[in-house]
Design a protein around this ligand. Structure first.
Ligand SMILES: [Zn+2]
Length: 145
């Protein structure tokens, strides 16, 4: 890691700085740290609140910070966020899996419901047709009117 640090320092001195100094004229990037401690180079995402306060969405929205976190948090592939403990990550993933299964069951039920609604409509249509056919037969045979 020390070698990597020295190489980075050398590159930085030469102006490469992982694109931070805008050697190629691009927007200036800032070094952030994700809650799990992984370093990210990104362009600050400045936004303005209605009251005029300007803030960086990378920090207030994404939860990144300018300094490495003292206590890195585990990243959760389930929700894409960070939780305080690995147990919470597991719980989050389990909860999401449970919700997914529940949602799929609901969808399947809804499909079945739709199927039976269609069946009911067809049956009603069929009964209506039968009634009209009966009336027609009566008319033809001269029983009615
Ligand atoms: Zn999660």
């Amino acid at each position: 890691m020390e070698v990597e640090g020295a190489v980075n320092a050398q590159l930085e001195k030469q102006g490469y700085a992982l694109g931070r100094k805008g050697v190629w004229g691009g927007p200036q990037k800032t070094r952030y740290y994700r809650p799990d401690g992984i370093m990210v180079e990104a362009i600050p995402c400045m936004r303005e609140r209605q009251d005029g306060l300007v803030y960086d969405w990378n920090i207030s929205g994404k939860g990144w910070s300018l300094r490495p976190p003292l206590k890195p948090k585990p990243h959760c592939e389930g929700c894409g966020d960070w939780h305080d403990t690995k147990a919470q990550v597991l719980a989050c993933k389990r909860e999401r899996a449970r919700k997914q299964v529940q949602w799929e069951a609901e969808m399947a039920e809804r499909r079945n419901q739709k199927g039976s609604d269609k069946e009911k409509a067809l049956k009603a249509k069929n009964e209506d047709l039968e009634a009209r056919l009966k009336k027609l037969e009566e008319l033809v045979s001269g029983k009615a009117v």
